[in-house]
Design a protein around this ligand. Structure first.
Ligand code: ADP
Ligand code: ADP
Length: 233
């Protein structure tokens, strides 16, 4: 099953005298259960691509289909809804709300989605148990280590059972050992059949992917598919 597709996507940043072509005709599809790794040199368009995949930004030209639905022309309001319900975000910098504890951070996307209080509390607790934080439910971000904060962020990303998880350098701020723990968690999500799309420089993580996408100068240079894809493809 195809969960996401880009069709001839261009992104041009207009800086007055100069125009920067950050993406130049990117076409690419992601199937359910794939573990997609995006690699490429600095300035090649990885962040731009991730923002477009995440519906945080719109392409200058081309189509973005999520579960077959074209999101490139949706209203901002509808787009925000797609983001909250269908995409789970994991950032290098965790992006947790500092005044909320772990449970409340994980509940937040479910509040926006209108999930009743009792149900979302139960699900948040289960998700925190899944990521190994069952004993840290009431800790606030500053009472947690970087690795633990990233686990909370991963639990939050799973909250609305998204179509895919997008991660931007999820191990980028972590030491090697903690990074490996996050790597293991991504492996577990992959084995559970989750669809993952990750930008990373972490070579161990690159090894785990089932689809390696190389970009250079705003174009896809190579797509290599390999290994086991769990879930229903
Ligand atoms: P990467 O994530 O691979 O480093 P980016 O997507 O950040 O690449 O950048 C791709 C190109 O687009 C670069 O030339 C960068 O300078 C340019 N770029 C990115 N964001 C903007 C922006 N907001 N305004 C203008 N140019 C941008
Ligand atoms: P980078 O350091 O690669 O630029 P950031 O962590 O700063 O990545 O976030 C990238 C973009 O995503 C920013 O434009 C930010 O506003 C947006 N963003 C950050 N957190 C969230 C979130 N939880 N949900 C939706 N968008 C977010």
């Amino acid at each position: 099953k195809k969960v996401m597709e880009l069709v001839d996507v261009w992104k041009v940043y207009d800086l007055g005298e100069v125009k920067v072509e950050a993406l130049r005709g990117v076409s690419f599809e992601v199937f359910q259960g794939e573990y997609v790794i995006i690699i490429g040199p600095s300035g090649s368009g990885k962040s731009t691509l991730l923002h477009i995949l995440g519906c945080l930004d719109r392409p200058t030209k081309g189509k973005v289909l999520i579960e077959g639905e074209d999101v490139s022309k949706m209203s901002d309001r509808k787009l925000a809804q797609v983001r909250n319900r269908k995409i789970g975000f994991v950032f290098q910098s965790y992006n947790l709300l500092p005044r909320l504890n772990a449970l409340e951070n994980v509940e937040l996307p479910m509040i926006y989605a209108g999930v009743p209080a009792r149900e979302r509390r139960k699900r948040a607790k289960e998700l925190l148990e899944l990521v190994g934080l069952g004993d840290r439910l009431h800790h606030r971000p500053n009472q947690l280590s970087g690795g633990q904060q990233q686990r909370v962020a991963i639990a939050r990303a799973l909250a609305n059972d998204p179509v895919f998880i997008l991660a931007d350098e999820p191990t980028g701020n972590l030491d090697t050992k903690t990074g490996e723990e996050i790597l293991e968690l991504f492996r577990k999500l992959h084995e559970m059949g989750k669809t993952l799309v990750v930008v990373t420089h972490n070579l161990e993580m690159v090894d785990e992917g089932t689809c390696i996408v190389r970009i250079r100068d705003g174009r896809i240079e190579d797509v290599e598919r390999r290994g086991v894809v769990y879930g229903d493809t």
